[in-house]
Design a binder for this molecule. Sequence first.
Ligand code: CTP
Length: 447
Amino acid sequence: MHTVQKKSNSEPRPDLVSVADLSGPMETGLTSRTRTLFSDLGQTADAMGCALYVVGGWPRDLLLNRPNFDVDVVVEGDGVAFAEAFVSKKGGRVVRHERFQTAMIVLENGCKVDVVSARQECYHRPGALPTVQPGGIEQDLYRRDFTINSMAIQLNAAGYGRLVDLFGGRRDLEQKTLRVLHERSFVEDPTRMMRAVRFEQRFGFRMERTTEQLLRHAAADQMLERVSSERIREELILLLREEHPYKPLLRLDELGVLRALHPGLRTDGDRKNLFARIGEALSWFGQRHPDDVVDRWMLFFLGLMDALEVKEKSAFAEKWRMPRKVRELVREIGHFVEVVVSLTEARIHPSRIYRLLNPIKTESVLFLMARSTEKSVKQRIALYLDRLRKVSIELSGRDLSDMGIPPGPIFRTILDGVLEAKIDGKVGSKAEEWAWAGKMWRALGEP
Ligand code: CTP
């Protein structure tokens, strides 16, 4: 049990710059679930006597009128103790990260709230993870990346809806400008180069001149090399998760950052078309099969690597420590040429299409669809995705046993044979499947 010292710092502080009252939009623009959450969080903070703010992306998106379900809060006090006090009253559980004095509240409805203790960070060397010392909301906001991400809204009852905007974040939002807070921002955290481009392109903003110069310098000084592969991977994935990832990639290329990832990456017209076709394949698939989940960003990752040689692609995925699934996709698309050649054969049984595509993951199949320009290939892939992959048979291993077939690898061979016969329309009913299995069994040399 933590004992929390009662401090009276939850009162609105008149000394904070550019204070505006957002209690109106906080009342009307929120779902009832978020309103309840904010009120519960505020009550916990009031009971502990500490000031509490929602910070970062959430205030930014409120002002932009965009939905945001990620709630990050800053407590002027002990964030971990706050999280624990919250769940002891309202339920849920806490995931603690002692090293950074942060915690995550996982609510019973599955929502998550990241809790940070207002702090000052020290970067021992550029690109390293910071160590943390306690501080106030001002220091916490000052350590952040861009003015638009450095605003806070108070959640305590007394100051509910009060916007703290120390660096002109609201003005920059209105002027569609992306601006760092200080000139060492990209040096202290080089992943911000990728973040800058991601936000700029997502919101249709423009980087302010000095910010762009600082970014170009950091890129030219190869600052990204000082960052761990894992952190770059996370930023790259976030970028590829954007709705239209080609735009930020093109901009990264223009700013000299893309070549730090790999000198062979291209954002030329061919790549632009490929990204557009990947987008089309994904939306076609999403409309027809809304319940099938695909990792969209992985297809764009394959698109990003498209200009590289097969071996370079595996090395690239390896270098950025991509998840195993990505490395498997890279291996699968290494055999594309053979698959495409087979799919262009003039006469082809549906079961052959099935045999070619069934061993590879849906992401690879969709990438193949986007990659091929041949109409017949696209149609055959569409046939597979829409129909063939869903065909199933009623016959089971138990039926084969009942037929007197001894269990063993032959079961798989026969069941696969029956499935292919069904795909080709040679069998329909269970009786026909049964008869087909018997025929195969005899042909395979029934003793
Ligand atoms: N932040 C930062 N520097 C980083 C990463 C994060 O200053 N390298 C700060 C920013 O204030 C940011 C907040 O932490 O707003 C939360 O980070 P994150 O969740 O990554 O970004 P969001 O702004 O919420 O963006 P998104 O909409 O993409 O989730």
